[in-house]
Design a binder for this molecule. Sequence first.
Ligand SMILES: NC(=O)c1ccc[n+]([C@@H]2O[C@H](COP(=O)([O-])OP(=O)(O)OC[C@H]3O[C@@H](n4cnc5c(N)ncnc54)[C@H](OP(=O)(O)O)[C@@H]3O)[C@@H](O)[C@H]2O)c1
Length: 200
Amino acid sequence: MKILIVGATGTLGSAIVNELKPRHHVITAGRSGGDARVDLKDVDSVRRLYDAIGPVDAVIAAAGSVHFGPLGDTTSAQFAGGLADKLLGQVNLVLEGQHRLNAGGSFTLTSGIIGDAPFRDGTNAATVNGALAGFVRNAAVELPRGLRINLVSPTVLEASLDAYGALFRGHPATPASRAALAYSRSAEGAETGQVFRVGY
Ligand SMILES: NC(=O)c1ccc[n+]([C@@H]2O[C@H](COP(=O)([O-])OP(=O)(O)OC[C@H]3O[C@@H](n4cnc5c(N)ncnc54)[C@H](OP(=O)(O)O)[C@@H]3O)[C@@H](O)[C@H]2O)c1
């Protein structure tokens, strides 16, 4: 399969590349690294990416930032930033990709544990992750030509504990390589409309 992985240089994305590259034609993309450049927040940039790489069989998104901070201090601009980046960025990949993927292809988006459980400072992340779950559940029945879509929701990755560990006290971390298997299951399997929770 020809597989586009956006966010491929990141902690999660690089593990997904390691999982899929041995048996597929993987095209990596990000804002500053990879085979192709894209900023998911910019729909024109997403269009240019699809134009440049041509039809693909699977699209995987492992990118997206949200705002972490106490709800009481959160501004509307900070909240909107998380929606524009992690939610609408991944949605852009699907809206622009639905007419361009090969028939029977798949999208795999990324959410996370925040929202399935409440976390201090996590309301923006919980909102985005919940919206992604709703988007995927409904898009699965609307996508044309046998296209599939799933969501991977990992707990904190072991490799990210230095950065985020304090947020996730009491929650076991998972290896990025284990999370990567869920992207393989989505892209190489037959399921659609599913949320694959990893490590919790
Ligand atoms: N790490 C964890 O513990 C964990 C747990 C659960 C869920 N997640 C979710 O997994 C996703 C990836 O997390 P991560 O920790 O792997 O992040 P990361 O290490 O910061 O990597 C992010 C990747 O996405 C790319 N990227 C960022 N913004 C982009 C944009 N607007 N357009 C295109 N590419 C963009 C980055 O490359 P450039 O900077 O070059 O663009 C990089 O390749 C996030 O949605 C995160 O919420 C992470």
